[in-house]
Design a protein around this ligand. Sequence first.
Ligand code: 4AZ
Length: 274
Amino acid sequence: MLRLLLLALPCLGGSVLAFPAQGTGAELVGIVGGRNAPAGQWPWQVSLRKFNKHKGQWTHRCGGSLVHPKWVLTAAHCVMLTTLKAWDVRVQVGHVRLYESNQLTRVAQIIRHPKYNDHLRAKGGADIALLKLEAPVALSQYVRPVPFPPASLSVPEMSCWVTGWGMIESNRPLPPPWNLQQVEVPIVSNERCRRQYQWVDISITEDMLCAGARLRDSCQGDSGGPLVCYMKSTWLQVGVVSFGHGCGLPNYPGIYARVSSYVPWIRQHVPLQP
Ligand code: 4AZ
């Protein structure tokens, strides 16, 4: 079964791994080419959990980012099952290590982007979702929302950062103690990215953004997590980890949902901070 799932992976754009069938042993706990992130460096990073009956544990499935004390931004493919209810999902905020604390925050509502297509999955775009938390999280040195960019932002070919607890290379999970990983990745223009991806029949649309290089990338389990750039003396979240062709391969950067394209939709739901 596991082998079948892995064989099917390249065709499915990897998004199936967001919630592997239970009992396959396919652990989703990287970032390729990363280093341990220090506590408090990325205070908006969130771990999205789903309950694993066999382990009796809320297991890491995806990343996310705090965009408001009561709202988390993630990928739609992380919460794609229509049967998935808000009570099936919890989030961990304020920790760089998974499972070191069992304090999780409950989710009150899942809002997938209306243009996300369940059949095309991440490849179809609009791979973005919001989770409304039951109660606002307490802000601290370790817990702080990330600002998002103006809708008009065009991201230049600069160097940015992606963070997560996903695979450290294809099919190689992050080992215990599961410290959050960070890696610097170059933004790749949509034009260049489109040329590179034409060979594997993936179309890069305007609402996507590409970043990464050989051995510097996000991977399975990082999905939903933030790509941030330091611009005008602040960090801004410009992307949400979505998919890609493999991880860390030359000429196949990671593909992200372009946050600036979704600012009006995010603003419909998330109030400006008090
Ligand atoms: C995934 O399957 C996935 N190299 C996430 C990111 C990337 C590839 C696959 C980017 O969730």
